[in-house]
Structure formats: C-alpha cells, structure tokens
Design a protein around this ligand. Structure first.
Ligand code: HEC
Ligand code: HEC
Ligand code: HEC
Ligand code: HEC
Length: 176
C-alpha cells in the first residue's frame, strides 16, 4: 500500500500500546481480589482449601471399630495398603464416630479386578521387587485350579499369604 515507512512504524507502535492497554485492563478486571496478599498467588485459595471437608481417614481411624480386620491386616503383607483403597472413603461410612452409611463390599470377580489393579504383570510401571505380580490365566493354571477361581479363594484379602503360609507350615514346606 501507499503508506510511508514512518506511517507504518507509527501504526505498529499504536497497536502495541492498544494491546498492552487492553492486556493491563483485563489483568485488572480478571485478577482475583486476594491476589498478592501473601505472595504471587490467590490468598483465598488457602481458606478455600481449609474449608473442604475431610473425607478420608487413616488406617488407624478404622482400627478401633474393626479390631478383627485390623489384627489380620497389620500382621500381613498388605499392612502398608490403605483400607480405603479397597473399601472406599471413610466419610461414606462414618460421621461423628457413628456408622452412617454402607461401604460396598466386593465379591467374586470384583475382587479379582481389584487385586489385579496392583498385581497384574501387564502393569510394567513398577518393578517386581516393589510389588509381586501375576499373569492370568497362568497363575491359576500353575495352581491347577479352574480358571473361574477368584483371588480370595486362596489369598486372604487382608493378609494375602495367611492361608498359604499356614498350608506350608502344615505340609512342612515352611519352617516354624
Ligand atoms: C487389598 C484390599 C483390601 C484392603 C487393603 C482391606 N480390605 Fe477389607 N475387605 C476386602 C475385600 C475384597 C473384602 C470382602 C471379601 C472378603 O472378606 O474376603 C473385605 C472385607 C472386609 C470387611 C467385612 C465386610 C463384610 O461385611 O463382609 C471389613 C469390616 C473390612 N474388610 C474392613 C477392612 C479394614 C478396617 C481394613 C484396613 C485395616 C481393610 N478392610 C483393608 C479388601 C480389602
Ligand atoms: C465408628 C465406628 C466405625 C469406624 C471408625 C469404621 N467403621 Fe466400618 N463399620 C462399622 C460398623 C458398626 C459396621 C457394621 C457392622 C460390621 O460389619 O462390623 C461397619 C461395616 C463396615 C464394612 C462392611 C460394609 C458396611 O458398610 O456395612 C466395611 C467394608 C467397613 N466397615 C470398612 C471400614 C473402613 C475401611 C473404615 C476406615 C476407613 C471403617 N470401616 C471405619 C463401624 C465403623
Ligand atoms: C493397592 C495395591 C494393592 C492391592 C489392591 C492388592 N495388593 Fe496385594 N500387595 C500389595 C503390596 C504393596 C504388597 C507387598 C509387596 C509384595 O509383596 O508384593 C502386596 C502383597 C501381596 C501378596 C504377597 C506377595 C509376596 O510377597 O509373596 C499377595 C499374594 C497379594 N498381595 C495378593 C493380593 C490379592 C489377592 C489382592 C486382592 C484381594 C491384592 N493383593 C490387592 C499391593 C496391593
Ligand atoms: C488356587 C489358589 C490361588 C488362587 C485362586 C490365586 N492364587 Fe495367588 N498364589 C497362590 C499360591 C499357592 C502362591 C505361591 C505363594 C508362594 O509360593 O510363596 C501365590 C502367589 C501369588 C503372588 C506372589 C507371586 C510371586 O511372584 O511371589 C501374587 C502377587 C498372587 N498370588 C496374586 C494373586 C491374584 C491377584 C490372584 C487372583 C487373580 C490370585 N493370586 C489367585 C495361590 C492362588
């Protein structure tokens, strides 16, 4: 077009000013009120996070009402696993120290699905030293059982080697 070099430069400068101005305006409009009170973040985020009701408990929180399961769980190789991973959230079940709801209890194939979430050889992300895995149906074939067997028919869900170690003791395959 016929604009001179100087004219184009002026236009470029004006558009830069307009863009920066619009940007600053939006920054002002969109910036949350509490931004920068303590640092370069929204101070309200802290009180909002504090206000979120706590829905999870620790394993300790289950122990006092479930001493039977607690004893087995603490003695077995699942002692480091969270009860809630397998059962769901504390708050779905207990409020103010009273039972208020029901946690779904898995049965049959649901249990196999649950176990394989951690113990499936297909999961390559963790090493075998961290967590032992099995491949299906090989694991069941090795035990010479029907492929319809579910994991809890041989492994106690709360202490997975409980029965197996006991069987080994009885058959003399294990010391003590
Ligand atoms: C690896 C998963 C897993 C973990 C960890 C686990 N459980 Fe379980 N639990 C199960 C499964 C599956 C069942 C149901 C099948 C069975 O009892 O064999 C069950 C059954 C139960 C039951 C009996 C429910 C009923 O009405 O039959 C209670 C109570 C229970 N668990 C509490 C706990 C507590 C408390 C902890 C933690 C100390 C815990 N569980 C840890 C998987 C788990
Ligand atoms: C204030 C006591 C209390 C606490 C704490 C508690 N439970 Fe329970 N729970 C009960 C009672 C009572 C029952 C029903 C009777 C039974 O199965 O022993 C029950 C039942 C269960 C059941 C069977 C399904 C159901 O809801 O009826 C599971 C699974 C369970 N609890 C898991 C847990 C886990 C996991 C925790 C910790 C995150 C926990 N409980 C904490 C009192 C409690
Ligand atoms: C949240 C993950 C998780 C779930 C779910 C889980 N486990 Fe485990 N399991 C572990 C960890 C961690 C160990 C301890 C490390 C190890 O020995 O592999 C373990 C140990 C074991 C062992 C002993 C392995 C050994 O060292 O010889 C067996 C058997 C086992 N689990 C079976 C089961 C069964 C059956 C289920 C389903 C009821 C199940 N696991 C559910 C994490 C899990
Ligand atoms: C018919 C019985 C039976 C069934 C069903 C069964 N297991 Fe096993 N499992 C065993 C025996 C026996 C061992 C060997 C323990 C040993 O040698 O110390 C074992 C070992 C394991 C191990 C440790 C493997 C290792 O490398 O040391 C894991 C993990 C395991 N089982 C998970 C499962 C899962 C998950 C299921 C369900 C998909 C399942 N098992 C079903 C009997 C069974």
């Amino acid at each position: 077009m016929g604009l001179s070099y100087r004219m184009r430069l002026v236009l470029v400068c004006i558009s830069i000013f307009v863009m920066v101005g619009v940007g600053l305006l939006f920054k002002r409009l969109l910036r949350p009120d509490s931004f920068g009170v303590y640092g370069p973040y929204r101070a309200d985020a802290i009180s909002e996070a504090v206000a979120v009701p706590i829905r999870h408990g620790t394993n300790d929180s289950c122990f006092k009402c479930h001493p039977f399961e607690a004893k087995i769980h603490k003695a077995g190789l699942h002692k480091t696993i969270s009860c809630e991973f397998c059962h769901g959230t504390y708050a779905d079940h207990v409020e103010k120290n009273k039972k208020t709801g029901t946690l779904p209890v898995k049965t049959g194939n649901q249990i196999t699905t649950l176990c394989l979430r951690c113990h499936n050889t297909e999961i390559k992300a963790r090493s075998e030293e961290v967590i032992k895995t099995v491949a299906l149906p090989d694991h069941l074939r090795d035990q010479q059982v029907k492929l319809t067997h579910t994991c809890n028919q041989c492994h106690h869900v709360h202490a997975p080697l409980k029965y197996i170690n006991r069987a080994k003791q009885i058959t003399g395959l294990m010391e003590k």
